[in-house]
Write a protein that binds this ligand. Structure first.
Ligand code: ADP
Ligand code: MG
Length: 446
């Protein structure tokens, strides 16, 4: 499936590694890619060398010059390999899944490859049953196709499915004990966080590495963050802070609250959560009053914390989240089909991701008022008591990067009074609508 069969071998986990790294590095240095095949080959070679950012750039160029859907599917698989190799299983699996679905519909000649890769990725995450079904299918297709080398690699993948799960690093295994209980039942949006033993929150991959560095920086600068229980390799384990997020009790969380067990911190843990009224249901005065008090206190708490964060000196902050870097990532998400247009705000509904990206480039504002921003500053990412979480995108950027998202979520989930309390506590009388709309638009592509 790849460029030069002599360029790579397989390691014990069935991942491609370069046969001769120095020769390969020299070859990549001399490459001057100009068309689809060149970009794809060099992209794969960069991946073999562990140069993942450059690999993604080259594979994105391949996607821009691709001429058939079958070839596009093969590039999605290559891209997914890069994400998987660098530890981002969530993005990898999303791309492999799209490749499998498209191949099943319209490109049966690449279905065996797509199914085998998705099967391997799921097996690595411990989803053995789904992995087994895909690897069985891949092996059957490859036997029918008749290429001995491909049959052999499918056979190995099938035979090793039980042992393919990527183990947790030793200190983390020790922390969790003999029978850890993993739960996905919480309000997280990224699909990448797991609650463990009701006492810890675990993330893995490049986002977890970024989050670890930023948590330490924030703590050193006096911002409240959860305690880090263990960080090892690319796995981050936070202690449960024992309190709910500010989103608990909002319209968005009301259903989860109703189902929740009411235990401890995190998630939509129910307890005394205040539900907003259901449409058409009469609300007693006392309930309406406590709902509006809750809304105002959430707005004020968010505003006060954001004021504190934005007051930190930018000079000592090593993380850059400015528009140059952000628009590069946005463009990548659009090219790779990672943007969910079904999730757009009402005023962007019906637009394509490509249209939004063009607007972002055309309407780009100056960035003269830089502060330390969180990057996803919403009620779900602040715990009661002003504890900041989900900080992997923290970096220096325009203050409206945070103001826009806070306002959007507060208005939607808590109403206009919460927004007013937010700006009051932040200390901003007259928000800049143009900047606010711009940064809300940016967020659609993430
Ligand atoms: N240390 C913690 N203590 C309490 N609750 C937490 C903690 N970490 C995460 N949570 C809960 O889990 C949710 C998801 O975690 P978060 O870090 O925001 O991940 P995601 O990237 O999935 O949004 C949070 O909104 C919060 O409810
Ligand atoms: Mg979050």
């Amino acid at each position: 499936m790849t460029a030069d069969p002599r360029a790579y071998a397989f390691d014990e986990r069935q991942r491609m590694i370069p046969a001769d790294p120095e020769a390969l590095a020299a070859r990549v240095a001399a490459a001057a890619p100009g068309d689809f095949a060149d970009y794809r080959r060099t992209g794969i070679e960069l991946m073999l060398l562990g140069r993942y950012e450059e690999a993604l750039d080259h594979l994105d160029r391949a996607l821009e010059t691709v001429d058939t859907e079958t070839r596009a599917i093969t590039v999605w698989i290559n891209l997914a390999d890069v994400y998987r190799y660098r530890g981002d299983a969530v993005t990898a699996i999303a791309l492999y899944r799209r490749a499998v679905d498209a191949a099943r519909d319209r490109a049966p000649e690449v279905l065996s490859t797509a199914a085998q890769h998705l099967g391997k990725a799921l097996a690595e995450q411990g989803d053995t049953e789904a992995a087994r079904a895909l690897l069985r299918e891949a092996l059957r297709l490859r036997v029918a196709e008749g290429d001995p080398e491909s049959i052999e690699s499918a056979r190995i993948a099938w035979e090793t499915v039980e042992n393919a799960r990527i183990p947790l690093p030793p200190m983390i295994t020790a922390l969790f004990g003999a029978n850890p209980e993993f739960s996905d039942d919480h309000e997280g949006m990224s699909g990448g966080v797991v609650r463990v033993n009701g006492a810890f929150w675990m993330k893995r991959g490049p986002g977890a590495v970024a989050e670890y560095a930023r948590l330490n920086w924030l703590r050193e600068h006096g911002i409240r963050v959860p305690d880090i229980a263990v960080f090892e390799s690319d796995v981050l384990v936070l202690a449960d802070a024992g309190v709910r997020s500010l989103a608990a009790g909002s319209a968005r969380c009301a259903d989860a609250d109703a189902d929740a067990d009411g235990g401890g911190g995190g998630g939509g843990g129910g307890g005394d959560a205040v539900e907003l009224s259901g449409a058409g249901r009469a609300v007693p005065d006392a309930v309406a009053e406590s709902v509006s008090r809750r809304a105002e206190s959430v707005g004020a708490a968010l505003g006060a914390l954001l004021r504190e964060l934005h007051a930190l000196p930018t000079a000592g902050c090593p993380f850059d989240s400015g528009l140059d870097a952000t628009l590069v990532l946005a463009r990548r998400n659009v090219l790779e089909g990672l943007v969910d247009s079904g999730d757009f705000d009402d005023d962007h509904a019906g637009s394509t991701p490509e249209e939004l990206l063009r607007r972002l480039v055309a309407e780009r504002p100056d960035e003269s008022d830089l502060v330390v921003t969180h990057g996803d500053f919403t009620p779900a990412n602040v715990l009661e008591g002003g504890i900041l979480i989900d900080v992997d995108r923290l970096g220096v950027a325009d203050r409206y990067r945070d103001l826009a998202l806070a306002e959007r979520d507060l208005r939607e989930d808590f109403g206009a009074a919460a927004v007013e309390a937010f700006f009051g506590a932040y200390g901003l009388a007259d928000p800049d609508r143009r900047r606010s709309d711009y940064y809300r638009l940016v967020d659609e592509l993430f």
